[in-house]
Ligand binder design. Structure first.
Ligand code: GRF
Length: 190
């Protein structure tokens, strides 16, 4: 059997991108598998989805801990699970430089804009204010700068007349679920 890349996913919330990665990873032909889901929010809804899918979880509240000490805990859990790659999927916490350095080149994120446009939050509202005709999402390698690492892949969707930020968020999220598994598969087989 061909060895598949072992991926740990970090979440803080609903985990729909995590679910898309888990689902993709179940296909025998997929070059990666999700071996652990980690959350800094112990009641993140995504954790329940991971459990239903049969993926091990590690949840630990970050509050009251130094960032580096917390990231060290996560790192230990990932190592224990034999993870070789880390995919951020709605992980709402900055990572320490030590963690980013340790996983450099094997740490990816999905962001709901066509980077380098609209780093940070409120991406859909900003795309609408700018009257963009096309919006989308990007998968990128993570560096110490927020939403700034090299882009691996982008997915585009149209902005339609009358769109609210929520309308656009729904359309972009569907594209995220298509793009992330594809981009990760490409990355681990490069
Ligand atoms: C997604 O829009 C993703 O691009 C951003 O955070 C959101 C996470 O959503 N980084 P989900 O938890 O994957 O549903």
């Amino acid at each position: 059997m061909v060895e598949r890349a072992r991926v740990g996913v970090l979440i803080s919330g609903r985990g729909s991108n995590m679910a898309a990665l888990i689902e993709a990873g179940k296909a025998a032909a997929c070059p990666f598998e999700i071996v652990l889901v980690v959350s800094n929010v112990v009641d993140a809804p995504g954790l329940a989805l991971a459990e239903v899918a049969g993926v091990p979880i590690y949840a630990h509240d970050h509050r009251g801990m130094e960032r580096e000490a917390f990231d060290h805990l996560i790192d230990a859990a990932l190592a224990e699970a034999g993870a070789e790659w880390v995919a951020l999927a709605g992980y709402m916490r900055l990572l320490s430089p030590a963690f980013v350095a340790r996983w450099a080149g094997r740490l990816v994120n999905i962001h709901p804009s066509l980077l380098p446009k609209y780093k940070g939050l409120d991406t859909h509202a900003r795309a609408l204010v700018a009257e963009d005709k096309v919006a989308g999402c990007s998968v990128h390698l993570v560096t110490d700068e927020l939403d700034d690492g090299p882009v691996i892949a982008r997915g585009e969707v149209p902005v339609l007349p009358g769109d609210t930020p929520d309308d656009l968020a729904v359309r972009v999220l569907e594209e995220e679920h298509r793009l992330y598994p594809r981009a990760l598969a490409e990355l681990v087989t490069r």
